[in-house]
Each structure stands twice: as structure tokens, then as C-alpha cells.
Write a protein that binds this ligand. Structure first.
Ligand code: S3P
Length: 454
């Protein structure tokens, strides 16, 4: 894997062993729901209000794209966001390229949205996003009549030109991907007729739940194997919404694993979304012996949420089945860190999609573990981590390849390892969790910049 670097000067950071973490924190709003809230509000007729929107680079890029496509998107004085939508079929042709930065979710969902409108739009992204496969979204769009002008291998930058009238599609997902499912459904919003997505393995269901909330005619059938058929009737009039975005379980994962591995810790992470299509990491950690108690369970923004009280725990290695991967697809790097402190081996299966995330996460995690004295075996689509019974040497420098979750995971590792762990760049953390360092410092974490450690 050749390193992917940003043009900006890298910002390395080290994390050092600390005393027990303590306190109550709220992590920012869910990234998946934040992107969708902006996109669906753009498709509604009238003004939506979004509270708790994740104000990270990825989501702000989607906000910029919605503006370029004709919506009014603004942050209000009280911190909520107002989106005045254009209605299904009402997108304007953008005058500028749509820049999605590091975000696969933003780029892929908006490709679906734009694809069924009779406009042309050019999609660009950073070095990481420009290496990620887009054919998984472009293939169904081509079948709906979308013209694609792309580099060979279907990578960004690329231009889409939608047909006068997109044809609805019945599409069986070839990969377990909520992004692909969502892109096809978003394209189906402006197709004349019913679009059906067949999902053999269920993935996060925010698009379906939110589209119903916005008033779309969307129905779901389950087949005998647990798969799902999602039917969406095109050209609905979507109603504007007032929504509150619940806290992101994928961001909560970092303080939670930190509290589990740093002796003496007890923290509470408040209001974490507990949608079962997202909680695979918590299930796995509990199987490993983690002391995680759900308190004050309630409904917020149409989702089940709870306060998670987490205490330092002695963890034991487990086998994480491939079937669980979609419900924790972004959490394997931080699970690998927890596994490094466990007793025994943790085997993670069905990880092929990790190879095409913001970096090749399977390779990046395996190398980061090795650099810090942890034995791990990297398979084509699996990772086995040999736990150190609470002890990890650390002292390594981790290459993050423009990947926010690699950076945050290995900083968490440094909080409990014998010697500090350094990550080569933290700039990308701003794509999903801009306050990560401050929030963790507030719990008692210790970080040092290169200048401070000199
Ligand atoms: C997301 C889906 C997942 C996940 C990404 C967010 C979404 O990607 O990794 O961070 O919001 O739909 P895939 O659908 O490609 O697995």
C-alpha cells in the first residue's frame, strides 16, 4: 500500500499512558444521519430544521453540494440548521464542481440524487476519495439511463449527466453497502415508477427510516433468508421535517474503547444511537467481557438512544462472525485496539469491504499493530489479533493514509500502552469528529504534539 498523503502539512500527534478516564461526554451527531438530513431536506418542498447536525468536514461538504444544487442551507444562531428544499426533480445544474473532500458517503449518495435529474454535475474529492471504487454506484445509475464520464476504473473525478426521465430499476446489491443502497433509492426518488433494491444482507437502515419520515411511499418486505426488498415509489412530494440528530455510535466507539482499556476508568457517553444496524461493536465488546451498561434508554429523533456507562474491563478474545460486519463496518480499527489488550485471540471475519474504505483499513490496522508490538495476522478478508492481557508495548509511529478512524483508533491505543503511540497525521479527524482531542482530553487523556514532545 503506497502512502496516501494530503497536500497540507501533516499534523502528527502522540498519545501517552494516562490515569483512569472519568466524566460524562456527548459525542457529536451521527454522520450517516447528518448527510441524509441535508440531502432529504433538499428534496423536500419547504423549510426543514435540523438540530445536532454533525459539523464536520464531510458533512459540510455535503451542505456545500446541496447549496450548489439549489437548496438554501444555513446555520442559525441557535446552532440548528435550516434547509429550504427544491422538491423532487427540482435540482439546479451546479455552476461549480461538487467537492466531497474525504467523504465516500457524501459523494455516493449525491451521485444517486443527481443521477436521475436532467443536469450535469462533476464530482471531485481528495487523494483518498479519488482512489475509492465508484463503479458500485455508477453501474446501477447507468442502468437507469445516466451518462457517466469517468477515468478508467470508475474513480473520481467524474461527471454525471442524468437522462430527461430516469427509468426505475430493480437492483440486487452485489456488495453489502448502505451507500450503494441509498444511492439507488435516491436516484429512484426522481424516477417515474417503483424502484426496488434487494438487500441480501441488511445494512444500516437510516435512508429507509428517514424517507418514510419525509413522507415517501417506501415499503419493506423481508425474505425467508433475512434479506430485504425495499420498494420506493418515485416522484413523491417530500414534506419538510424538524429533526434532531442522535449521537454517533461510531464516534462513541473511541471514548468507549479508551475507557475499557485504561485501568481505573469509568465514563458515561450520553444519548448514543442504538439502532441495531449500528451496534455490532457494542455487542462484540460485551461478548468480550466489557462492562457497558445502557442507562436511560429513550427515543430521540425516531431512534432508540441510551447513555452508555463504561468501566475498565478485562477483555477476552472472541470470533466476530462475518454476518456482523455490516453493523460495525467502521468500528474494526478500534475493535482491533481493544483486542490488542484482551486475553487470547480475536478473529474478525468478512472484512473485504475494509480494503476500500478511506484507506485499506485492514492493511493499515495490521501495520499499526505491528509497529506497536502487537502480533496480528492479516488475511485477504480477515484479521486475527493476539491480545497482550492488558499490556501493549506501544512506541510505534502509525501511518494513517488520510484515514480519520485509523488516527483516532491508534491514539486510543496510546492511552493504555507502555510507551506513547504516535500517528503521522490528525488532520483527517476533522472529517468526522472535530472535537475528538478536546473531548478525550476532558476525560483525562494525554496527547502531545511533535513540538511539545521535542
Ligand atoms: C455509510 C455506510 C458505510 C460506512 C460509511 C457510512 C452510510 O459505507 O462505512 O462510513 O452512511 O451509508 P458502505 O455502505 O460503503 O459500507
Amino acid at each position: 500500500m503506497s502512502p496516501v498523503t494530503s497536500t497540507a502539512a501533516p499534523r502528527p500527534l502522540s498519545a501517552a499512558r494516562c490515569e483512569g478516564l472519568s466524566g460524562r461526554v456527548v459525542v457529536p451527531g451521527d454522520k450517516s444521519i447528518s448527510h441524509r438530513a441535508l440531502i432529504f431536506s433538499t428534496m423536500a418542498v419547504g423549510e426543514s430544521r435540523i438540530e445536532g447536525l454533525l459539523e464536520s468536514e464531510d458533512v459540510l461538504n455535503t451542505a456545500g453540494a446541496m447549496r450548489a444544487l439549489g437548496a438554501t442551507v444555513e446555520r442559525l444562531d441557535d446552532g440548528a440548521w435550516r434547509v429550504a428544499g427544491v422538491g423532487t426533480g427540482g435540482l439546479m445544474e451546479p455552476e461549480t464542481v461538487l467537492d466531497f473532500g474525504n467523504s465516500g458517503t457524501g459523494a455516493r449518495l449525491v451521485m444517486g440524487l443527481v443521477g436521475s435529474h436532467p443536469i450535469a454535475a462533476t464530482f471531485v474529492g481528495d487523494a483518498s476519495l479519488s482512489r475509492r471504487p465508484m463503479g458500485r454506484v455508477l453501474d446501477p445509475l447507468r442502468a437507469m439511463g445516466v451518462e457517466v464520464i469517468a477515468r478508467s476504473g470508475d474513480r473520481l473525478p467524474l461527471t454525471l449527466r442524468g437522462p430527461e426521465s430516469a427509468v426505475p430499476l430493480t437492483y440486487r446489491l452485489p456488495v453489502a453497502s448502505a451507500q450503494v443502497k441509498s444511492a439507488v433509492l435516491l436516484a429512484g426518488l426522481n424516477a417515474a415508477g417503483t424502484t426496488t433494491v434487494i438487500e441480501p444482507v441488511p445494512t444500516r437502515d437510516h435512508t429507509e427510516r428517514m424517507l418514510v419520515g419525509y413522507g415517501a411511499d417506501l415499503t419493506i418486505e423481508e425474505d425467508e433468508t433475512g434479506g430485504r426488498l425495499i420498494h420506493l415509489v418515485g416522484r413523491p412530494e417530500l414534506r419538510p421535517q424538524a429533526l434532531a440528530v442522535p449521537a454517533d455510535p461510531s464516534s462513541a466507539a473511541f471514548p468507549i474503547v479508551a475507557a475499557l482499556i485504561v485501568p481505573g476508568s469509568e465514563i458515561v457517553v450520553e444519548g448514543v444511537m442504538l439502532n441495531p444496524t449500528r451496534t455490532g461493536l457494542f455487542d462484540t465488546l460485551v461478548e468480550m467481557g466489557a462492562d457497558i451498561a445502557i442507562e436511560n434508554e429513550r427515543l430521540a429523533g425516531g431512534e432508540r438512544v441510551g447513555d452508555l456507562r463504561v468501566r475498565h474491563s478485562r477483555l477476552t478474545g472472541v470470533t466476530v462472525p462475518a454476518a456482523r460486519a455490516p453493523s460495525m463496518i467502521d468500528e474494526y480499527p478500534v475493535l482491533a485496539v481493544a483486542a490488542a489488550f484482551a486475553e487470547g485471540e480475536t478473529a474478525m471475519l468478512g472484512l473485504e469491504e475494509l480494503r476500500v474504505k478511506e484507506s485499506d483499513r485492514l492493511a493499515a490496522v495490521a501495520r499499526g499493530l505491528a509497529a506497536n508490538g502487537v502480533t496480528a495476522h492479516e488475511g485477504e478478508a480477515s484479521l486475527t489479533v493476539v491480545g497482550g492481557r492488558g499490556a501493549v508495548a506501544g512506541g510505534g509511529r502509525v501511518v494513517t493514509h488520510l484515514d480519520h478512524r485509523i488516527a483516532m483508533s491508534f491514539l486510543v491505543m496510546g492511552l493504555a500502552s507502555a510507551r506513547p503511540v504516535t500517528v503521522d497525521d490528525t488532520a483527517m479527524i476533522a472529517t468526522s469528529f472535530p472535537d475528538f482531542v478536546d473531548l478525550m482530553t476532558g476525560l483525562g487523556a494525554r496527547f502531545q504534539t511533535a513540538e511539545e514532545s521535542a
